[in-house]
Write a protein that binds this ligand. Structure first.
Ligand SMILES: Cc1cc2nc3c(=O)[nH]c(=O)nc-3n(C[C@H](O)[C@H](O)[C@H](O)COP(=O)(O)OP(=O)(O)OC[C@H]3O[C@@H](n4cnc5c(N)ncnc54)[C@H](O)[C@@H]3O)c2cc1C
Ligand SMILES: NC(=O)c1ccc[n+]([C@@H]2O[C@H](COP(=O)([O-])OP(=O)(O)OC[C@H]3O[C@@H](n4cnc5c(N)ncnc54)[C@H](OP(=O)(O)O)[C@@H]3O)[C@@H](O)[C@H]2O)c1
Length: 447
């Protein structure tokens, strides 16, 4: 049998495992994750109010329950964990599907003032990621600025605008629910440095903002019109054209006087975050203008927007994994059709898939063909890889070295504990938010 370790149980890891076992009946796959819980950003990124997308976990679950697939949670690979070299000894092949764990920086003064957070931090908090910092996000804030106009920016804007009634049925951790329910944020500005026709959000996600209860979405037609494609969107590709049409509709719609307002702003480049009373108070933007080639130039005119909360949603970034090559410019592992390249040469038995292979773009489904390409590269190499004799069952070896993986029954224990917690709070499933309670639930589970 060909023994493969897949590192990371997000969509790319699970789709890689699926491709491998579906295409070759002689493959055994262990899916390792540093967290005791599977599913990566499907569990810890997809917004709690997107129940339908979250339910994709059921598809991923079926793969992790396959008879030739094992889930090994709580196993970190790289620094402070199982060294990449050791993993390579224990398996014929290792596929790294570790995602892009951190956020990009703006590199502007005031970026790290109290009250200014990355969207990654905010998302981790409301998703109950066990590494999330205890949230003081919405406390005392009345006006929030979200920087960036991608789908994550739309997610965090929507979460700021949702009320307790809508959040309570989700699996959001109780502390985040209580904090967001008590939020006094009434103004949410979401700002893009380029024009509406270059925004990265998708129309379905954009439209959801317009359907939020008790919320007016405000767009200034004069600001939209700075984009030449706004006046005549006919030359735009369909997704961008639809975005522009939705924005145009909102610009023409009368306000209802709702208690909350989302202001969608364009052609504003953040240049500085200014403090007030020891924390962020204002975001200073430079007005930009289209340069005719899809980019923008500065105009030397500035605008200040009040904000006691700033969420920087300007994209994610891969982090290097000790023992693996890394392209710091792209934030990815150099590869050829998923085969890891070390100094330009294919490293036998090492592969990548997902965001660490392509960079941090693409929806869950994008990872399926990406993972398949990697799995096919691996299976093509299999005859050479399988010749190497392995030391025995990798789990026994890991245990002997002091690593105690959370197995599938441990994960089921976490699921049960989350259902019980929800029932005790009069809610549905409620996520456990910290390492201690996750590991207690996993270890208390009967195999
Ligand atoms: C906030 C947010 C919301 C999103 N919402 C949607 C959505 O609604 N719909 C949609 O289609 N797409 C959405 N996406 C995109 C989608 O989540 C990604 O395309 C997808 O998760 C990328 O898959 P991945 O497997 O490469 O990475 P991830 O999902 O990040 O999985 C990586 C896994 O690797 C593990 N790992 C990392 N380092 C190590 C290590 N050293 N050792 C062991 N394990 C490790 C992590 O714990 C994690 O489980 C969203 C993305 C973000 C950031
Ligand atoms: N519901 C969903 O389907 C869903 C939900 C969440 C995420 N996702 C997916 O996950 C991926 C990541 O999403 P994302 O929103 O993090 O990334 P993204 O789509 O790459 O958007 C990043 C945004 O940040 C802006 N930005 C980057 N650097 C900036 C800077 N220095 N100053 C100001 N603005 C800056 C970008 O503007 P420019 O364009 O000008 O660079 C862009 O508006 C995407 O593929 C997304 O579709 C999907």
């Amino acid at each position: 049998m060909l023994r493969v370790a897949v590192v990371g149980s997000g969509p790319s890891g699970v789709y890689t495992a699926q491709s491998l076992v579906e295409h070759d009946s002689g493959v055994l796959v262990d899916v390792l994750d540093r967290l005791p819980c599977p599913y990566g950003l499907v569990r810890y990124g997809v917004a709690p109010d997107h129940e339908k997308i979250k339910s994709l976990q059921n598809n991923l679950r079926a793969v992790l329950e396959h008879e030739r697939v094992r889930f090994l949670g709580g196993v970190r690979v790289g620094a402070d964990g199982v060294p990449a070299d050791r993993l390579r000894e224990l398996y014929h092949a290792v596929v790294y599907c570790v995602g892009a764990a951190t956020d990009r920086h703006l590199g502007i003064p005031g970026e790290d003032l109290p009250g200014s957070f990355s969207a990654t931090e905010f998302v981790s908090w409301y998703s109950a990621h066990p590494d999330a910092v205890a949230g003081r996000f919405v406390l005392e804030a009345r006006s929030a600025v979200v920087i960036g106009v991608g789908n994550v920016a739309v997610d965090v804007t929507r979460m700021l605008a949702r009320g307790a009634t809508e959040l309570s049925p989700t699996d959001m951790p109780q502390a985040a629910l209580t904090a967001l329910a008590a939020s006094r944020v009434t103004e949410i500005h979401m700002a893009g440095r380029r024009g509406p026709s270059q925004a990265r959000f998708t129309t379905k996600e954009l439209r959801e903002l317009g359907a939020l209860p008790d919320t007016d979405v405000i767009v200034d037609p004069a600001e939209l019109a700075l984009d030449p494609a706004y006046t005549d969107p006919s030359g735009l590709p369909a997704p961008q054209r639809r975005n522009v049409e939705v924005l145009r509709g909102w610009a023409e719609r009368p306000r209802t006087g709702a208690p909350r307002r989302i202001r969608l702003r364009f052609f504003l480049r953040p240049v500085e975050l200014l403090a007030a009373g020891g924390r962020v108070g204002v975001v200073r933007f430079e007005r930009t203008a289209p340069d005719g080639q899809g980019g923008v130039t500065g105009t030397g005119r500035y605008e200040e927007v009040e904000a006691q909360l700033v969420l920087r949603s300007v994209g994610y970034r891969g982090v290097p994994l000790e023992g693996l090559p890394f392209d710091a410019g792209r934030g990815t592992v150099p590869n050829q059709a998923g085969r890891v390249l070390r100094e330009g040469v294919v490293a036998p038995g090492e592969y990548v898939a997902g965001w660490i292979k392509r960079g941090p773009t693409g929806v869950i489904g994008t990872n399926r063909p990406c993972a398949k390409e990697t799995a096919m590269s691996l299976l093509a190499d299999a005859p050479a890889l399988v010749r190497r004799e392995l030391p025995g069952d990798p789990v026994a070896a890991l245990r002997a070295e002091g690593v105690e993986p959370v197995d599938w029954s441990g994960w089921l224990g976490i699921e049960r504990a989350e259902a019980e917690l929800g029932a005790s709070l009069g809610r549905g499933v409620v996520k456990l938010p910290d390492w201690e309670s996750l590991l207690a639930a996993a270890r208390g589970a009967v195999p």
